[in-house]
Ligand binder design. Structure first.
Ligand SMILES: [Zn+2]
Length: 234
């Protein structure tokens, strides 16, 4: 009898211990459960409709070799992105700007000569934006709404002067100075999350290779690639 009571007591302690641990690690359990559901169903459990969205953005192009490679790779995968081009490069390669629009990508403004607001001052910066809009609007036949200020240098007074949305970023893998496809891919995948904007440059072979690998990995992980418009509107 005594033995049975002792055994029941021991069992009770084990239950208390388990419940205590469950309580302590409840967030991990929630996370594990979410991961398990994702693995079993193949769907990502995030966002109201259960889909994680992410945006690839490419600055400084278009480039005569790497941009066509990237456009072909994105098309093959049915993925859209956002390109912040300079007016100077758009003037050199207008057919690539047209191709971007035809493939469903968004084309944004990255100034004419890739200038930094704080170095050139507001007047020149505004001129650079307006001249680039003029070039892009002539090629695309529509108004340009988005701007990525070089170096992320932007000000409220510029925003009052021009009717455009500034688009910064959440993930910067420093692809322009990496030289290693694997390193760029890892830096992005480590930080990938719902509604993130990824900053890359369609100016290097490694960036294009990395971008397409990132697309493959994140598609498999349940992400949907969208243009910045979707990210900013949601
Ligand atoms: Zn840039």
């Amino acid at each position: 009898m005594k033995k049975r009571i002792r055994r029941a007591g021991q069992r009770l302690w084990i239950y208390v211990l388990i419940i205590g641990l469950l309580f302590l690690f409840r967030t991990d359990i929630h996370y594990m459960l979410k991961e398990a559901i994702e693995t079993v169903t193949g769907y990502a459990v995030t966002g109201e409709d259960g889909t994680k969205i992410i945006a690839l953005t490419f600055d400084d192009g278009p480039h005569p070799i790497y941009t066509p490679e990237l456009l072909a790779g994105l098309k093959e995968r049915g993925v859209t992105a956002t390109f912040f081009v300079t007016g100077a490069n758009a003037t050199l390669y207008p057919e690539l700007i047209e191709q971007m629009q035809e493939d469903g990508h968004i084309v944004g403004n990255h100034t004419y000569h890739h200038v930094q607001l704080s170095s050139v001052g507001e007047d020149i910066f505004l001129q650079e934006l307006k001249e680039t809009n003029r070039v892009l609007e002539e090629i695309l036949g529509k108004e340009i709404e988005y701007v990525r200020p070089p170096f992320g240098d932007w000000s409220k007074s510029i925003e009052q002067e021009i009717d455009m949305f500034p688009v910064l970023w959440d993930i910067d893998p420093l692809d322009w100075c990496s030289g290693s496809t694997a390193q760029i891919v890892k830096r992005v995948l480590d930080k990938a999350e719902d509604h993130a904007i990824i900053l890359m440059h369609d100016e290097y072979a490694t960036s294009v290779e990395a971008a397409l690998q990132i697309v493959d990995e994140l598609l498999e992980d349940g992400y949907e690639f969208v243009t910045v418009e979707r990210i900013l509107l949601q």
